[in-house]
Design a protein around this ligand. Sequence first.
Ligand SMILES: *[C@@H]1O[C@H](CO)[C@@H](O)[C@H](O)[C@H]1NC(C)=O
Ligand SMILES: *[C@@H]1O[C@H](CO)[C@@H](O)[C@H](O)[C@H]1NC(C)=O
Ligand SMILES: *[C@@H]1O[C@H](CO)[C@@H](O)[C@H](O)[C@H]1NC(C)=O
Length: 299
Amino acid sequence: MIAPAALVLLGSLTVVFASPRDAGDLHRRDDSDGYFNPSDNGGSMLTQVDGTYPEGLGEPLNMIISANSDDDVLVDQKSNGGFRAYFTSIGFGSECLGQVDVLVQRANLGDGNDYANQTSLLRWDYGDANFGTCKESVNGGNHFRYWVQNGTDQNSGAYFIAASYEKSAKDSHDIVTNGYNIARDEIVGNITGSAIDSSSVSDSSTYSGSTSYNGYTWETSVEYKSGLLTATSDGINHYQSVPEDGQPAIDGLVAVLTVRITQRGTDSDEDSNGAHPSHASPVAAGAALLVFGAFALCL
Ligand SMILES: *[C@@H]1O[C@H](CO)[C@@H](O)[C@H](O)[C@H]1NC(C)=O
Ligand SMILES: *[C@@H]1O[C@H](CO)[C@@H](O)[C@H](O)[C@H]1NC(C)=O
Ligand SMILES: *[C@@H]1O[C@H](CO)[C@@H](O)[C@H](O)[C@H]1NC(C)=O
């Protein structure tokens, strides 16, 4: 026989756990924007980069995937419509053939995790979801590092992204002129399907677009926000070479993305790598390795 007190407890537990979305909201404070401003709790919208001259320069966190997105999008996986599947639909993939990023950056999202290493790095795949990121890593192109705001202090679950357009390996992967703004806006262009002129975006710019991969479709709405970063060259990595026509290295805008899954594929959590087209045959992998080797020799 269950005591009445236990029944009441059981009842309230049922209420608390009835909806995972509501349960998640319990530890969110005022994050109606879908993220917390890192600066509100000792964090920063600039990353830390090792070996800069002078020391202490950083790169801007110029995009956010807001926690108002569908929960499944906020999971760092390629199945079930997760973050990596979403970015595959936009044309971004993980490191070429298991290469590791040797230039790991750190960010403090004000979530109590202090400065923490990037979760990972994704590269533009030049239209080839299997081996395109090899080309990016040699020839340069768009890429981004990301962090999840999921420490116990400001636990929004939002993703913070530092996007930049880099030069080739030959040019030591420096950032191209205006390369932070351009990288952000080309990702937004990849989402909307039409190029965005970086000099035309402002505080109130909004865009939307729909992308698909592996049976999933994601609807993204984008809002550019000022106030998180400043329009400046101060403290920005490559501050000498990035500015264009006397403009500051970064325009101070952050593109905030809210992403919803409007159509679901048939894969599930069990198949954590996702299905087609991420599985490459060993022969294809060998061939790509040769091509990559040849690229590398050309440098
Ligand atoms: C925060 O997110 C990262 C990336 O998905 C994950 O590796 C880590 O386990 C998460 N931490 C918590 C406390 O959930
Ligand atoms: C952070 O990355 C650096 C460089 O790869 C590595 O040496 C260090 O162990 C990492 N720290 C943690 C806590 O994983
Ligand atoms: C998509 O991204 C790539 C790489 O950044 C860029 O070259 C291309 O112009 C982008 N497409 C649009 C429509 O912006």
